[in-house]
Design a protein around this ligand. Sequence first.
Ligand code: KMH
Ligand code: ZN
Length: 275
Amino acid sequence: MTGTLITVAPTGAESAKADVPALPVTLTELVATAKDCAAVGASVVHVHIRDDAAQPTLDLGRLKDTVAALRAETDLIVQLSSGGAVTDPESDRLRVLDAEPDMASCTMGTVNFGDDVFMNRWAFIVDLHTRMQERGIVPEYEIFDLGHLAALQRLLGKYGLPAGGHVHVDFVMGVPGGMPGTAAALVACAQAVNDLPQGTTFSATGIGRTTLPVLLCSLSAGGHLRVGMEDTVTYEKGKPVENNAQLVARAAAFARLAQRPPLSTDEARAMLGVG
Ligand code: KMH
Ligand code: ZN
């Protein structure tokens, strides 16, 4: 595959609307952002939603409405976060799958997350993976540390390939407590991907100021890209991100310069095994 998969993660669960006014938190804002990002090169949207007070929520009704609206208004692959916020219980995180997205995230291990802990017990990971297999939901395995790739190798060996038969991982780099957003860490992860099933693809995202080094390194290592206001709210020193499309457009421009232009959504579906 010569093109670049660009995933946009527009909202996340960590930034407050009061601190980041441009953050899309309503369904209307999310759909508008998704359309704008699709127009400049995104093919997957990684979704966290908020409640009426702009707080993170995993409310099933809202998640279903979100999936329906994104499908009606865009051609993007809809990937719901099963990670939620660090405070979300496992039962709520599993119930995300009832909203029947095309894809869902599946984090491959527990990680310190700033001052918090993002808990992902082995038994919980197995539950997520097997439920997604049963329901035909394609996972994106979130890798916050090198050991998470070894955990994924163990998971696939014991429980088999995901729905669609293709393995796609996303390196989330630069979280305080996880692996750093450096070229050395990315190369170590890219190397470890060779131990996963043949054809496994990876994308990478760098949190905060690691956005650009991770983006450039992923492109040169043959990887794909995730960008968005979930991961960075500063466009350049002293300049807040104006909107998610600005980040997607920059990623798409780098991908074109690297002669690996953004994949269309059809190409992305074919690569990821999303029906
Ligand atoms: N918000 C983080 C605690 C995911 O979306 O799957 C979890 C996260 C990973 O962002
Ligand atoms: Zn997320």
